[in-house]
Design a protein around this ligand. Structure first.
Ligand SMILES: Nc1ncnc2c1ncn2[C@@H]1O[C@H](COP(=O)(O)OP(=O)(O)OP(=O)(O)O)[C@@H](O)[C@H]1O
Ligand SMILES: [Mg+2]
Length: 345
């Protein structure tokens, strides 16, 4: 849908009272032949400069669709955004014209995708691909842009960057390719960086290195970062706060340390209990019972109720609001007190 809209772009710099990025009651539907897939059902979250928000949830919970809505890369149709706002420094991106949106995408809000190999073009050298950002968006000459590419490759710790700018993507390991993707995403100094499962395709040691690199880049530049993952194990060291998604909704919001200490939603609790622990070696790994919900036909009441060990009768009929537990914590569970106290029903 093409929207007629003001060309007002958010100003560089000062924020006033507005968060850097605020997703507010966002809904995204896919109108398919099989019916309406309700992928995102009222998601709200904020990110501020220098802050890292981890968005967590199992496959199909709507993490990527929310990110794609922020980036403005959803195919519409089949996607429809019937409700909600995505405010970047106070300006609703959903109301911007296509031209204005293009100026935000990739430049002021950038994204690192999960699969570096398919995102890179096999027929161009990595140096050419990184330097393209500067040629196209900054109007730099080929040689100046190539110098910037070397600088960036250095910055993301690719050894012998000066020689390796001339190599092709297939000549790099998976971890190095992901570093190249990160280099491209930060090339234009974005204010917000969305990293969608940036380490899923990598082995554990390389995962840790990439997470460290992202955290370091973020500290230096004070970008706001949204880190999407389904692995609670990787976020403890890098995130400030966590939003847990289930069936297209946020079910729990919390500062990262609170959530590890005491989750306030049964789903978060289940996720935490499914993290492998070295000290419990040999014990069977806990898995949340049941299957993720069918988004074409969501359960009544609380979408998690069919799998929930805390379920009471009202959970089947009444959808819990996001209860505020404190200024920084909220949980969409009628029984969050019991969950916090660890009392199994
Ligand atoms: N183009 C589309 N048409 C129909 N349904 C879609 C489309 N794109 C996404 N969906 C559905 O939206 C839901 C949310 O998808 P999304 O990609 O956001 O999940 P996710 O939380 O990122 O999962 P994962 O951890 O597997 O990446 C899924 O059920 C998916 O099938
Ligand atoms: Mg995804």
């Amino acid at each position: 849908m093409k929207r007629t809209a003001p060309e007002v772009l958010p100003a560089e710099g000062g924020l006033g009272d507005e968060p850097l990025l605020a997703v507010d009651d966002l809904h995204v539907e896919f109108h398919t032949r099989a019916g309406v897939v309700r992928a995102v059902n009222g998601v709200s979250y904020t990110v501020n400069p220098g802050e890292t928000l981890a968005v967590l949830g199992e496959s199909g919970s709507g993490k990527s669709v929310t990110a794609q809505a922020i980036m403005g890369i959803l195919d519409m149709p089949p996607a429809v955004i019937p409700q909600g706002e995505i405010r970047f420094k106070g300006t609703d991106l959903l109301k911007l014209s296509d031209d204005a949106r293009t100026q935000v995408r990739g430049q002021r809000i950038a994204m690192v995708f999960q699969d570096a190999l398919s995102a890179l073009n096999p027929v161009f050298t990595v140096g050419w691909q990184i330097s393209e950002m500067f040629r196209v968006h900054r109007g730099m000459s080929k040689s100046d842009a190539m110098k910037k590419a070397v600088e960036l490759m250095d910055k993301v710790r690719i050894p012998a960057a000066k020689q390796r700018v001339h190599d092709y993507p297939h000549q790099f390991s998976g971890g190095m390719r992901q570093r190249i993707m990160i280099a491209m995403s930060i090339a234009l100094d974005p204010e917000v960086l969305i990293a969608d499962e940036p380490t899923t395709a990598l082995d554990v040691t390389v995962q840790a290195q990439i997470m460290d690199l992202l955290a370091e880049l973020q500290r230096e530049s004070q970008m706001g970062m949204i880190l999407i993952t389904h692995d609670l194990g990787v976020v403890a060291d890098v995130a400030d706060k966590i939003a847990v998604m289930y069936a297209g909704r946020i079910v729990e919001n919390a500062p990262v340390h609170d959530i590890y200490r005491a989750p306030a939603h049964p789903y978060t609790k289940g996720l935490l209990e499914s993290i492998p622990r070295v000290d419990l070696k040999g014990q069977e790994l806990y898995a949340i019972k049941g299957l993720p919900p069918n988004l074409l036909d969501l359960p009544t009441g609380c979408a998690f109720h069919p799998r929930c060990p805390y379920r009471q009768d009202n959970c089947v009929t009444s959808a819990p609001p996001l209860y505020e537990i404190s200024g920084t914590r909220s949980s969409a569970c009628h029984y969050w007190r019991e969950v916090l106290d660890g009392e199994q029903q």
